[in-house]
Design a protein around this ligand. Sequence first.
Ligand code: KIV
Length: 277
Amino acid sequence: MNKKFTVTSFLEAKNKNEKITMLTAYDYSTAKLIDEAGIESILVGDSLGMVVLGYESTLEVTVDDIIHHCRAVARGAKNALIVGDMPFLSYHINTEDTVRNAGRIIQEGKAQAVKLEGGVEVVDKIKAITKAQIPVMGHLGLTPQSINMFGGFKVQGKSEYQAKKIINDAVELEKAGVFAIVLEGIPAKLAQIITEKLTIPTIGIGAGNNCDGQVLVTNDMLGMFSDFTPKFVKKYTNLKDSIMNATKQYISEVKSTEFPSKEHTFSIDEDILKKLY
Ligand code: KIV
């Protein structure tokens, strides 16, 4: 039986030089499967908005959406650490709302930690959440909630100014008390510098393989989400083709009455049957 992964396991893994594995999930069945397969952490990401709810960005996702899906994931995952994403505007307005929203994701959503995007500008919110005994994961680089500021989904940290800002943000987040930082869509060498500078682990997505761990959106890595595929996604299987083929076969078998066959059909005693006509 696998051991429960906790926020302290993140630090232990970094100290032992063991890579940390993380995937997203939004529902009971997927969470159960990836948990049984041994994933160490599950992120109920606001990518939910794009890969499950069909929005064009993550900006429409609400705290209630995250809680709803966290609860389902928590019912399926027994060992993985569940991190609930704080959606756009749930930690931007004031500290009181921020702590309340983070608390709801823990209390109602049954997550064990929350994640939020941003650098020095969110340090006061991180301190307030950790003061409420809620572990916080940071998120720097190509932070999808800032796409309107970035002018789209663009790799960050390529200029000296941007790279130095991300390094400084990472150091400030660590000082504020985050237990790990997701580094998304930044050059691998920059991620390496940050990873070496910090005592807490970095979890990369499009940030090279020198981070302390990796995260991918499960629907991307299973080849289910085909609206677009970022360069950093590796498809470990092609569920899109499997689902398309299975659906086409189902349609054809229903039309031809091949399905349901005897194997999938319930019978009734012949004597009882006669009395029904
Ligand atoms: O929402 C999400 O899935 C994320 C990952 C891409 C890190 O934030």
